[in-house]
Design a protein. Sequence first.
Lengths: 311, 678, 258
Amino acid sequence: MKILVFIQVDDNQINRMSLETLACAQHVSNDVSAVTFNNEAANELVKYQLNEVLLVNHEDLNSYNPLRYAKVLEQMIDNYDNFLFAHTYETRDWVPRLSARLDLPFISDCIGLASDNESILVTRQSYQGKINNDLKINSKSFISIQSGCFKSDSIKPGSSNITNVDVDLSNIPNTITAEEKFKEQKGGVDLAAADLIVSVGRGIAKEENIPMAEELSDLLNAEVGSSRPIVDYGWLSHDRQIGSSGQVVSPKLYFSLGVSGAIQHQVGMKGSDKIIAINKDSNAPIFEIADYAIVGDLLEIVPKLINKLKE
Amino acid sequence: MIEGHQYEYKPPHEVSIVFYLIALLALLYLIYNLRRLFTIQVGKDELHKTNVITQMYTALTFGVGQKKVYSKRFTYASIMHFLIGWGFMELVFATTVDFFAARKWFLSYLPEFDTPWFACLNDTGGLMLTVGLMMALYRRHVDKPDPLPQTATSGRGNLFGDSGILWFLLLLCLGGFLSEAARLAMDKPITAHFSYVGYTISHLLPDSIWISIERKIWWFHAITSLLFLSLLPMTKMFHIIASVTNIFFTDIKRRGDIRPMFVSEILEDPEADIENVSLGANEISDFSWKQLLDSVSCTECARCTTVCPASRTDKPLSPMKIITDVRRKLYSETLNLNNYDGALVGGLITETELWSCTTCGACMEECPVLIEHVPSITDMRRHLVLSEGKPPEQASESLEKTLQNGNPWGLPQHERAKWADDFDLDLPTLSEKKEVDVLYWVGCAGSYDPRNQGIARDLVKILSNANIDFAILGKEETCTGDSARRLGEEYLFETLAKQNVETMNKYKFNTVITACPHCFQVISKEYKDFGGNYNVVHHSTYIQQLIDEEKIKVAPKIDGTITYHDACYLGRYNDVYEAPRSIIESLLDEGGEIVEMKDNKSGSLCCGAGGGNMWHEIKEGDRINIKRFNQAVETEADTVATACSFCAIMMEDAKNVTGNEKTMKTLDIAELVADSIE
Amino acid sequence: MKICVLVKQVPDKNDEINLNEDKLSVNDSNFNLTTNESDNYAVEEALLMKEKFNAEVVICSFGKESSVQVIKDALSKGADRGFLIENDLDKEYDILNISKIIKSCLEEEKFDIILSGLQSDDQGNGQLGVLMAEHLNMSHGSLVMETNLDVDSKSIKVKRELENGWFQWSNLALPASLTIQSGINKPRYASLRGIMMMKKKPIKNIKLSELQSNINDFTEIKELYVPQKTKETKKIEGSDDEIANQLYNVLKNELGLI
């Protein structure tokens, strides 16, 4: 089975999730190649056990554009059986175009990959992580791998060669033009570097309860994070948001208050060493991944804990 | 004729035809001004199920008798109004009798000017009015309580404003006494001294001067009186006519009830003019004529505003302003008076004002003229929600969750009985038993809120201990819809009502008990409109019965000071004040004592969660629950007892926020009893 | 200006998901059905555009017959008309096939803008909007947090959400397909008046059995199952005070963090 792994590069750095995808591909096949549009990345990739490293050098590919990216892969379709991607926002933005164009399925956000020599087998989740789906794909396919499902440090090292590839990027309609990317505010908190995080979810109920979480966080020398709804309400700034649309964190302790732990939040904090979760709902998904589970009213428990910490 | 006196009837001095002409004009103008009362005809029909006798009795006691002015609070203002009201009525009586006597009509039955008791009574009436007016002026100018307006605010548009009319009346009193003094000086009846005030005044000037100015004073008094009468409906004193009329038409039994809309009938009516059919109240014609009569009758005493919990915590709401704003819009539309071209809801009355109301009913409890503030506010909320789709932001989520999951928190419907399952309580459900003595309606809070789940478990413990044959509905129970209805979401309320009635009517039970007064109000009174007629008892009443009938034995365990917070929907709405108190009494140990907060029983201060306020925040002002809790702190009690799911949450919250979590306890009646069961 | 919003009916996030005996499908008989969360935001965004630019808003849904309810809900909020592509074949389809089915129904209308929710709460593929863009030759923007339509220049600027707190504005030529992220706006409340007016709005029904579309069967479900929990979770129980004490112990002694 010939697999091509697309390597996403952000700010001249290989995206960690792409390396995880690479590790995943190597587990499933001996014939794995990688494709990248970035020179530095290509030079790094040769250190891994790959059939070849494809480098597409074209000035139109220096910044992301979904139509151009799709056009490149379109021209490689015949040479490989399956194409793997990291399940990033970028992937979600262009790979479906490829899927529709070539009438080949794109199975996204997979947590497991296997092969039975003729077909590829994937596992993905549905109903917010409540059900696993084992699927067999009977054609060429595009597959994206969920963050944190494979460890990037399990990549098999080796040595490979860079093959320069030319592509035809003419006749691409100029209907999508992107400006420079930006962050909403300067000097935001870098939760990815935090050792301890106290995170608030909808269970905090009211904006006036946030200082209580902040107090707990201060007492623990932690940073405050939150799930998406809290930021949407405007109760905390965007740099506090943890999840697929916020920061991905891996602290020693993730102490969540009233966070339900829906899948898009989980992908942002699954990698935490220890997770303590307080939530009123005993069925909250966060309890699936928590080390310590408390089903209760955080508005009652946290003040008492704060008092205990102050003693 | 008085025995022993040679009292010769002295006819009054000639009254020229001019007087009668002016009087006629004044009367006509008065009748013309009464058109204000008739503007209410633009309102919708309102059904009445009472009879004239009951209504006359109501009008006499509450209207003429001004019962509520004294019964709610006996204060400076009550005394003041007693004097003004009765003084004025006495003078009207006196003037009428004098009018007849002067024309020798029914002379044998009527007392005359100088009949001693009559003379004395009349002067007393005049004196009462004068003293009352001076008290009122003092209050208005010198020592004014805050909610009381000084000038004509927000276009309430009373001629002469609030204090001007008092001065005018004072002028009438002055004129009255002066002309009496003049007459006494002129006629010198033997019984003159019985008119003690006039008699005294008549000695202040020589007779000759009195004689010379007597006619002028008479005319002065006559003209000012007629002027007052003809202008009456344009002044604040219109309430004399309007409020008694309003009280006459008030159905005491249904006062404060939210009227159903029967939305499904509107929906199923193929002829309905979808774009224009009124959903809630915004146009003047959307209100019922009775609601409009309410607005016309407002005397602007501000008693409602003084007790309104929203007002007391500096929120924009003033019940008096809401009612007078409706009046302003009414007059603007019908009489082109004090024009306001904008909308009533969202314009004259802002959305925040409407959402600040907790529907606690303190305003209606206070109002001396029996205005129904809450139903009018609810009708305007209905307009905001049903017609414009604008519930308060955070509350809209709770409404959608209630529709989707059967509870405002949006927690899973299928986990509604988890509070029992998790604790191995082995509670039978009606779907299993089909027939039972008591249905325990748990409510959303009891089912999902940890604090109230504890109360539910304690109640179950009590019921089990008493060997009561009871069951719950479990997953078949959904929200009663109280919050939805108070927020104006009548469509959602109806949907829930029909669903719950259908469920309950599948089974047989004698009594429904509930720990939540909101559920109690809805199930016992409001489901009747949808085919649900049940015997509902609040858990405090039920527990009291259990104690009285010795079905449970309780040991006195409370040895500290305890105060009881009356829930609005249990107290004011349903008159249950004594049961919780008597339960607490039976739990008091030697050192135990029950104390009352400043505002208690029917004057209790709301906890702040009613009217849908549990589900959204009003940004302005302070927290109502904290204000209430501080009243408890003032009593130096160490325990605050509650009997309502919302109050439990609010008091607990306030206890923590005010830093009293270690020093005070907030406990439901069920918790107190469960703890004391032997 | 014609806008189409693709909406999906999904089970409530609270629902228990039970599998059928064959382990190849989910038992939907007890589902508490509702509109997919991010689709609500898409509908609201369309209605905002309607108000500003006098656009026509058409609601389209693919699903079982019950899906007509989500169309009705959107019409109650102010959309103009809707159509249901009714899945009357009792089969589940993967997202690529669904997109082809929808394409065959949408093509002739020539919409200027297609809006859809970022991803569905049940399958969570997150692809439909971008697939439609390719099928119908439109530009696209995904994870849209803000829109700025310029009718005169026939273009729309969108603020896209990127990872790690980055954002980016993109300029898209119309016609464009946008996938809408939750939180972009505040979905309005459906008033009773809106519900009443909805009853007069047309909803077309197209049956899948009567459609021609080239459905493939490349994706085959081998098995559905409930994932096994590998982590050991310690429950901390008791009264609030006891819980606070135990937490303190965990933080101090077990985790050594204080």
